[in-house]
Design a binder for this molecule. Structure first.
Ligand code: IMP
Ligand code: MG
Length: 185
């Protein structure tokens, strides 16, 4: 897709819905309850990795009942087209010291695992009380580093997906469902 695309091209590339908004909502309700069980009334800091996790964060934080603060950081894994180049850069950091917090990283998708592997190493070095990772999607077939989330809401095959925060060239983040992206269309 070029820098701009027509409405027709935009729609043509949405190949198939693979996770509906109802399925996402149901999984997030369960995830919220799991987080409540993990922390049992203790306060937490949810840390969302921008931009992809912003929609998931907005829904997940409202499914949690323990006292909860939210924070954002921006980690960019550089892409050429739909293929990760393996270069991860923190372009915006958290606005506070996380020592003294039970931290839950909220991520959109774990693909090669490089982004979260780097982010987790970096945040652990700041001595949080504890650190867990919750990801909306997991693509285990494409893993290049040994990294696993504490909770993955959906495990998906090796497809490039869009929607619910996930983009292709910055488009489609606003789709309310997760769809397969059609590279050939
Ligand atoms: P990793 O470092 O390879 O695990 O890549 C993680 C990041 O790549 C995610 O946070 C997404 O921003 C992006 N990514 C990986 N797979 C997809 C996909 O299928 N669709 C959209 N973005 C993806
Ligand atoms: Mg991301």
């Amino acid at each position: 897709m070029g820098e701009f695309c027509t409405q027709e091209e935009y729609c043509r590339k949405i190949k198939k819905v693979i996770i509906t908004k109802e399925q996402i909502a149901e999984a997030i309700e369960k995830a919220g309850k799991q987080i409540d069980e993990w922390y049992d009334g203790r306060p937490i800091l949810l840390v969302s990795i921008l931009k992809g996790a912003f929609v998931f964060m907005a829904d997940l934080c409202r499914a949690v009942s323990v006292p909860c603060e939210i924070g954002f950081m921006c980690a960019k894994s550089y892409y050429s087209g739909t293929v990760s180049t393996g270069v991860v850069k923190i372009t915006m950091d958290l606005d506070r010291d996380i020592s003294g917090y039970h931290v839950v990283i909220v991520e959109d998708i774990i693909d090669t695992g490089r982004t979260l592997n780097d982010v987790v190493k970096m945040l652990k070095a700041r001595n949080p009380l504890s650190l867990r990772v919750v990801t909306l999607l997991d693509k285990p077939d494409r893993r290049l580093v040994d990294f696993n989330a504490d909770m993955a809401l959906f495990t998906i095959p090796d497809l490039f997906v869009i929607g619910y925060g996930l983009d292709c060239a910055e488009y489609y983040r606003n789709l309310p469902y997760i769809a397969e992206y059609d590279q050939e269309a």
